[in-house]
Design a protein around this ligand. Structure first.
Ligand SMILES: Nc1ncnc2c1ncn2[C@@H]1O[C@H](COP(=O)(O)OP(=O)(O)O)[C@@H](O)[C@H]1O
Ligand SMILES: [Mg+2]
Length: 216
């Protein structure tokens, strides 16, 4: 049996009097993509943010590296492996190239390594032609690919994408999807939320639906 990379168990989340997540278990696997669907307000963003360590659950456990600990104890260790991408990723006002290299600002690469690494990433994503363009002047689909690339260059184990395909035309979806499939083949674990369940052929390995605070 294939071991999961990381498991979140018994996630509960309340806001004031409202229970958003009741008892959610979710296991993430290397090189696999989960689709998380559910109506607006069903808690998809809340769940991703808890997985990313950006929102605190009322309670939850994490199994990682052979240990099972409370979310609070384990999250510091796992959050560095996980990147959460907002539906409208924040891009800097500079070029595509500078946006992609921004992700590497805290690494210990020298200038040449940094340049090579950014170049490799831009080629990987098919963005070399627009490297010198101002990122914010490009179409939404291309901006989304810039954001994916900025995440990819950091080589997270887990990538969480909140409604990444909303407002994209078919061609942009296909291109975005192609990048995500390649990330998967490199071993990355991906979770995508969408209220549209028929997103992309060949990308999704398992599909769960969130409703009434539960995952089915
Ligand atoms: N910070 C917050 N304070 C109070 N309620 C919140 C907060 N964030 C989200 N909610 C509520 O939690 C529910 C789930 O929200 P969300 O996770 O954004 O759902 P989805 O992403 O599926 O649309 C909604 O009813 C929303 O109003
Ligand atoms: Mg949401």
């Amino acid at each position: 049996m294939i071991e999961p990379l990381i498991v979140f168990r018994g996630i509960k989340k309340n806001y004031a009097n409202a229970t958003i997540l009741r008892n959610v278990d979710i296991a993430l696997y290397h090189g696999k993509c989960i689709l998380l669907s559910g109506n607006n307000g069903s808690g998809k963003t809340t769940l991703l943010k808890i997985i990313a360590g950006l929102e605190t659950p009322s309670c939850a456990e994490i199994e990682f590296s052979g240990k099972s600990l409370s979310w609070k104890k384990a999250i510091q260790g796992v959050r560095k492996e996980i990147i959460y991408l907002h539906q409208h990723p924040y891009l800097l006002s500079g070029t595509v190239e500078s946006n992609v290299s921004y992700g590497l600002r805290f690494t210990h690469l020298n200038r040449k390594q940094l340049r090579d690494s950014v170049k490799e990433a831009l080629n990987w994503a098919g963005l070399a032609d627009v490297a010198k363009h101002k990122a914010k002047t490009l179409s939404g689909g291309v901006q989304q690919r810039v954001a994916f690339t900025r995440a990819w260059i950091l080589k997270p184990k887990v990538l969480l994408l909140d409604e990444p395909m909303a407002n994209m035309d078919l061609e942009s979806r296909e291109k975005a999807c192609d990048l995500l499939k390649r990330m998967k083949s490199e071993g990355m674990s991906i979770v995508i939320t969408s209220h549209d369940t028929n997103i992309i052929d060949g990308l999704i390995d398992s599909h769960f639906s969130l409703s009434d605070g539960k995952l089915d």
